[in-house]
Design a protein around this ligand. Structure first.
Ligand SMILES: C[S@@+](CC[C@H](N)C(=O)[O-])C[C@H]1O[C@@H](n2cnc3c(N)ncnc32)[C@H](O)[C@@H]1O
Length: 207
């Protein structure tokens, strides 16, 4: 990581404050209503925070991501942020994978309720198996499942990463992440990484 960029990111250790342009999907009535409703459901405890949602929305737009892969969709809170960014780009595809079949169904329902289901392929099952056939290179990989799987999954998907792909890992204070962190912060592995101080921490890497 270039030092000035690392310092800039470190300076961003404040809450993100989003100012949205008029055509931003995150202002849509359906998207707002779905996100607000999900915040009142018990699963929200395991979801990303709205600030992390804003971050992955912005990264998707910045990267102009054609293919996003999400590991760990739960009931679709983070998925709605990613799908909203694709709606604003007017192109691209999101593959989200969720181990629990009932939750995968709820991701579909919640995306439809928000009005952003169009570009999303929900794959029920174990991410180590469901992501084996990818038709295009990955521009943005969002890791938000079992932290122990972050490193093996990243390594399995590395041959599919586009140049300068963005890899976002949502960290959990309850789970160890040392192997993943050591890997993406070792310069020999080709990643530039920085921790963003939102929630329990979000590790953003570019390769
Ligand atoms: C922290 S939650 C995801 C939260 C979600 N990204 C959000 O912000 O709304 C983690 C999810 O990963 C799923 N998960 C765990 N292991 C998995 C695996 N091997 N493959 C796919 N999903 C998995 C869990 O079932 C759980 O729903």
């Amino acid at each position: 990581m270039h030092r000035p960029i690392a310092l800039l990111w470190a300076a961003l250790e404040v809450r993100l404050r989003a100012y949205r342009h008029v055509n931003c999907s995150l202002r849509d009535e359906g998207v707002r209503r779905a996100l607000d409703r999900l915040q009142g459901e018990p699963e929200f405890e395991s979801s990303i925070t709205p600030e992390v949602g804003e971050l992955i929305y912005m990264l998707t737009l910045t990267r102009r991501a054609a293919l996003i892969v999400e590991f760990g969709g739960l009931v679709g809170y983070s998925t709605i942020y990613l799908a909203s960014a694709l709606a604003d780009l007017g192109s691209g595809q999101l593959i989200t994978t969720e181990l629990d079949l009932g939750r995968a169904d709820r991701i579909r329902e919640n995306l439809a309720d928000a009005g952003v289901a169009q570009r999303v392929d929900v794959r029920p099952g174990d991410a180590m198996l469901t992501l084996q056939d990818l038709a295009a290179p990955i521009d943005l990989l969002f890791l938000d499942g079992l932290n122990d799987l972050y490193l093996p999954l990243l390594q399995a998907l590395e041959p599919h990463l586009e140049d300068h792909a963005v890899v976002v890992a949502d960290l959990s204070s309850k789970e160890p992440l040392s192997a993943y962190r050591a890997y993406v912060t070792d310069p020999l592995n080709g990643y530039a990484s920085v921790t963003v101080g939102l929630d329990d921490g979000v590790l953003v890497s570019v390769r």
